[in-house]
Design a protein around this ligand. Structure first.
Ligand code: BES
Ligand code: ZN
Length: 597
């Protein structure tokens, strides 16, 4: 028995799943997926005398399990572990090289957001979408839910004929189904970690942006989405010049309903994006650069487990900023790095009581990855890679990056596999940047690289309340959050009032500016901003905004009750993952307050 991922029941001694064949009926009435999955096991991994096969499940109702040849197989479904879900153990007789599991998902499946028509832009049709990273794939399919077991798959989705299914996969064909239904066929020929399984079903339409890029959205949002993301093809070309050819055929985008819990999710061939990116000024397209960059760092080379999550996100933030630098110049990339650095400092402060979570290489046995989530792997990871670039010089470092991507293509790797390759190719480099302190040390090592640019120096010199209107100073959409996040907590009531009056921050349509402002206002107990904050919490489902705003409300005695009441009101509109995380945020904030004398 050898478990090699603290977040999976998968046992390294047992057979490996090679491919999945999924057949699911999407039922908007009962909020369930029902059908079957066939798991094809890799021949070379089978044992001559059979044995157990352990799969991950969460709240799945198992109907029956057979070998692919049709023989009933004995199995047991163990009690639910609150983090891992329930282990499903199947007894494989000798010679069985595949299993067929008939099952149904729970209406509470943690990966699935089921939206009523009223929660969509059109208000006409229901909508369904999945979010599997980190460990939610098991709530829609029984499988070896660890990135160490990459799989290819085929899928047939039976959906209402007036809706369209989309998957992070290659579309094969639509067939008529039974009355009023249709069956969409999908295929994923490249082996992916299970957290990249993704589907959506709704009333969506698409617009072609280039031969390999199409944007999907609800019809009412399609125009605006196509305008916002018009330049995506040039982004792919810039990324290809940096990291080598784009190997996933298509890079389509799906603009999600507002309850999507992330800014973006790098589902292969079909990136999912929050609708809040549509700011009208293309100022938030760095999120698209980020998800695109995952096509190399994350999807081609994947973290072996959530304990190596920084390999996905640190490399991707680094790659995102290289793409931005190529397209928009060094100053813009440096501004993004400065925003990241400020966010990192705040995350470090917040995690002062859990310093072990500030290491890049983490130990997460007994820890829910959704609760361990922070910007540390993103921004501290970025700084380590930037330190390596600065130490080795861009030319050598870029050659190394390309080699890293070639060497570990379609592999899931650990931090140790990365450091071995660096040591072999760039001997001494790890030592020169003190990589140990980043990987295994807490906090931020002294001498970590700092963003530098002329504009940044100007911004740093601004007084805490902006100079008066006569100075003619204007901040770009990216500079506003940088400025607001830098303001002291609390900031005086007068300054808050002056800022909002002069710059109409509460009325901003840019959610990055709005959320930075509302955070400052709540943390300064500036009551006039409260109604806007309360409304905003009902307009978005992105955890990046929900987390700090709920935390700010819950930590202050006179808004604590409001935080609870708001959560109760808005909860039906949030994704299950967001609900879970906000519950945790409220518990922590209240415990913190209770603990302070
Ligand atoms: N893969 C992540 C989102 C994620 C992380 C989902 C962990 C589930 C568990 C995605 O690529 C991401 O990092 N999104 C960021 C984008 C930002 C850093 C530009 C987001 O959602 O804010
Ligand atoms: Zn990412």
């Amino acid at each position: 028995m050898a478990r090699f991922d603290p977040h999976s029941w998968c046992d390294s001694d047992q057979p490996e799943t090679e491919s999945l064949d999924l057949e699911l009926r999407v039922d908007f009435d009962s909020h369930t997926l029902a059908g079957e999955v066939k798991l094809q096991l890799r021949a070379s991994s089978l044992s001559a005398h059979g044995g157990p096969l352990d799969l991950d499940t969460r709240e799945l109702a198992i109907v029956s399990i057979d070998s692919t040849a049709g023989k009933k197989l004995p199995y047991s479904l163990e009690p639910l572990d609150p983090i891992l879900g329930a282990r499903l153990r199947i007894d494989l007789p000798a010679g069985v090289d595949g299993v067929r599991i008939r099952y149904r998902t729970s209406e509470r499946a943690s990966a699935l957001g089921w939206l009523e028509p009223a929660q969509t832009a059109s208000g006409q049709h229901p909508y369904l979408f999945s979010q599997c990273q980190a460990i939610h794939a098991r709530s829609i399919v029984p499988l070896q839910d660890t990135p160490r077991r990459r799989v290819t798959f085929a899928a047939r989705l039976d959906v209402p004929a007036e809706l369209r299914s989309l998957m992070a996969a290659r579309f094969v064909a639509r067939q008529p189904g039974s009355a009023g239904r249709a069956i969409d066929h999908w295929q994923m020929p490249e082996p992916i970690p299970p957290y990249l399984l993704a589907l959506a079903v709704g009333d969506v339409a698409s617009r072609e942006l280039s031969p390999r890029v199409r944007v999907w959205a609800e019809p009412a949002q399609l125009e605006a989405a196509a305008r916002e993301f018009e330049a995506v093809e040039s982004m792919i070309e810039a990324a290809e010049r940096l990291f080598g050819s784009y190997d996933w055929e298509r890079f389509d985008l799906l603009v999600m309903p507002p309850s999507f819990p992330y800014g973006g999710m790098e589902n292969p061939r079909l990136t999912f994006l929050t609708p809040s990116l549509i700011a009208g000024d293309r100022s938030l397209v760095n999120v698209v650069a980020h998800e695109l960059a995952h096509s190399w760092t994350g999807n081609l080379v994947s973290n072996a487990t959530a304990e190596h999550f920084w390999l996905n996100e640190g490399f991707t933030v680094y790659a995102e900023r290289r793409i931005l630098e190529a397209l928009e110049g060094r100053d813009v990339a440096e501004l993004h790095a400065a925003v990241g650095r400020q966010a990192l400092e705040r995350a470090l402060q917040r995690l002062a009581a859990q310093p072990q979570l500030t290491r890049l290489r983490t130990q997460l046995g007994g820890v829910d990855p959704d609760h361990a989530f922070s910007l540390i792997p993103y921004e501290k990871g970025y700084l380590l890679l930037r330190a390596l670039e600065e130490s080795e010089g861009r030319e050598r470092w870029d050659a190394f990056l390309r080699q890293y991507m070639r060497r570990f293509r379609f592999c899931s790797i650990t931090t140790e596999e990365l450091t071995e390759l660096i040591e072999a190719e760039l001997p001494g480099a790890l030592e020169r940047v003190n990589a140990r302190a980043y990987l295994h040390g807490e906090g931020l090592p002294p001498g970590a690289p700092a963003a530098r640019s002329q504009r940044l120096a100007q911004l740093r010199a601004l007084p805490p309340a902006l100079p008066d209107a006569a100075s003619g100073l204007t901040l770009s959409p990216l500079e506003w959050p940088l400025y607001l996040d830098h303001m002291p907590r609390p900031t005086s009531q007068e300054t808050c009032a002056a800022l909002d009056q002069r710059f109409q921050l509460s009325a901003s349509h840019n959610t990055e500016i709005l959320s930075a402002w509302l955070q400052l206002a709540l943390e300064s107990e500036y009551a006039p901003a409260l109604p806007r904050a309360e409304a905003f919490l009902g307009e978005v489902g992105r955890m990046k905004y929900l987390r700090p705003l709920y935390r700010a409300l819950a930590r202050r005695p006179h808004t604590r009750e409001r935080a609870r009441a708001l959560f109760a009101r808005h909860r039906p509109g949030y994704h299950p993952i967001a609900c879970h995380v906000i519950e945790q945020v409220l518990r922590e904030a209240e415990a913190e307050v209770a603990g302070t004398p």
